[in-house]
Design a binder for this molecule. Structure first.
Ligand SMILES: *Cc1c(COP(=O)(O)O)cnc(C)c1O
Length: 424
């Protein structure tokens, strides 16, 4: 019996690409057009380089490895070892620490792995309330971390809209946490790492910083450094680090190494997503170059330009402004809620997300705020003049969210600006 050659069974399998699936191709092409012609202001997004795109879309997706570099359970891992070791070495050099685990599939997994490795079931974690800007993966009741640990929340002061160390201290002394977590997804001011570490020391807790929204600024010296204060630092790699999807864990104390590494694998994950690790190696390599410092300087200058423009138009910013790339606009004075604002802005080509403000009298579905970030616009080359224009467009739209003619006109102007700063 003669079997047909594999090539006739799978015509085009290794050559055709997306053209083989027009339905999927159309949606991906649509997304590319959306990214090209719209302005991305959502703080959890950024725009990666062609290098990162290629590394993450590479043949590494075919390789399954478990364990750490040069200590794998499967064979054939020689190149996977090189890639992961490169990512680890670059991460530790970038953040000036001794150890890194580059395997977390996401920021949430990085956090869950650290909790699993360092804590026992039912231990107390003192973390920031989501309603005040904390992240859901720091113990929100809807997550596994919220179920497995005893979660105590700290928030911000009602007047300053900042974390007051005295408040964290009082909670820590009352609840004696094993772990204190800092770093959120909607907290614009700089964090006081030394102050929080002092509180952790007073109660014998470990101190973890999740720097997802300011990792790029930390890497380039433009934001306070969590080390040496933090025992462990986590981050995503696709927000301010401008890279591959995924997470990182960083630390200095060798005594924590096994617990953290086992917390990630097999604690909360199985095999490594090697294509994502290749993407992380690529973006960490970029982050070590002088251009990344220039990018982050522009992130800050552009955030200030946007903040200035909004404030000049009477929009209040939570905590008065920002020390990083992200800010929270309180829309109360404009008489519009975040959900309606976000929908109107999307129609005008401006992607933002609705967000609770501290002590928000409104519900999460229709909150008082919008979260904005300069990360992605800066990646495509926008400067202060462009972010001032963005600020003016936002105000125009928020003052007339139902004016279809105005939304269409702003969308045309947004598209014209984007075409002057093309991507891919
Ligand atoms: C985005 C974010 C995460 C979660 O990242 P995922 O990759 O979505 O799991 C964790 N922590 C903080 C502070 C974040 O902003």
């Amino acid at each position: 019996m003669t079997l047909p050659a594999a090539s006739t069974l799978h015509t085009g399998y290794f050559t055709e690409g997306l053209a083989a699936d027009p339905e999927l191709a159309a949606a991906i092409t649509g997304e590319l057009a959306r990214q090209r012609d719209g302005i991305e202001l959502i703080a959890s997004e950024n725009i990666v380089s062609r290098l990162v795109l290629e590394a993450q879309g590479s043949v590494l997706t075919n390789k399954t490895v478990e364990g750490l570099p040069y200590a794998r359970y499967y064979g054939g891992a020689a190149f996977a070892d090189v890639i992961e070791a490169l990512a680890v070495e670059r991460a530790t050099r970038l953040f000036g620490c001794r150890f890194a685990n580059v395997q977390p599939h996401s920021g949430s997994n990085a956090n869950a792995g650290v909790f699993l490795g360092l804590l026992g079931l039912g231990d107390t974690i003192l973390s920031m309330d989501t309603a005040a800007g904390g992240h859901i993966s720091h113990g929100h009741p809807a997550t596994l971390t919220g179920r497995d640990y005893h979660i105590v929340r700290y928030g911000v002061n009602r007047t300053s809209e900042r974390i007051e160390i005295a408040d964290v201290r009082a909670l820590a002394h009352t609840h004696r946490p094993r772990l204190i977590v800092a770093g959120g997804s909607a907290y614009p001011p700089a964090l006081d790492f030394a102050g929080l570490r002092a509180v952790a020391d007073e109660v014998g807790a470990l101190f973890m910083v999740d720097m997802a929204h300011f990792a790029g600024l930390v890497a380039t010296g433009l934001y306070p450094h969590p080390f040496p204060h933090a025992h462990v630092v986590t981050t995503t790699t696709y927000k301010s680090l401008r890279g591959a999807r995924g997470g990182l864990v960083l630390w200095n104390d060798e005594a924590l190494s096994d617990r953290i590494n086992y917390g990630i694998f097999p604690g909360v994950q199985g095999s490594v997503m090697m294509h994502a690790v290749a993407g992380k190696a690529a973006c960490l390599g970029e982050a070590l170059k002088p251009e990344f410092r220039a990018y982050n300087e522009a992130v800050l200058a552009n955030a200030q330009a946007l903040a200035r423009t909004l404030k000049a138009a009477g929009v209040r910013l939570v905590s008065g402004g920002t020390d990083c790339g992200l800010m929270l606009a309180d829309l109360t004075s404009l008489g519009i809620t975040g959900d309606i604002a976000a929908k109107a802005l999307e129609k005008a080509g401006l992607a933002v997300n609705k967000n609770l403000i501290p002590f928000d009298p409104r519900p999460p579905e229709a909150p008082s705020g919008l979260r904005l970030s300069s990360n992605a616009g800066t990646a495509r080359g926008f400067g202060a003049a462009e972010f001032e224009a963005i600020g003016r467009w936002i105000v125009e739209v928020l003052k007339a969210p139902d004016d279809a003619g105005l939304l269409a006109r702003v969308h045309d102007e947004v598209r014209a600006l984007c075409r002057r700063f093309p991507i891919y």
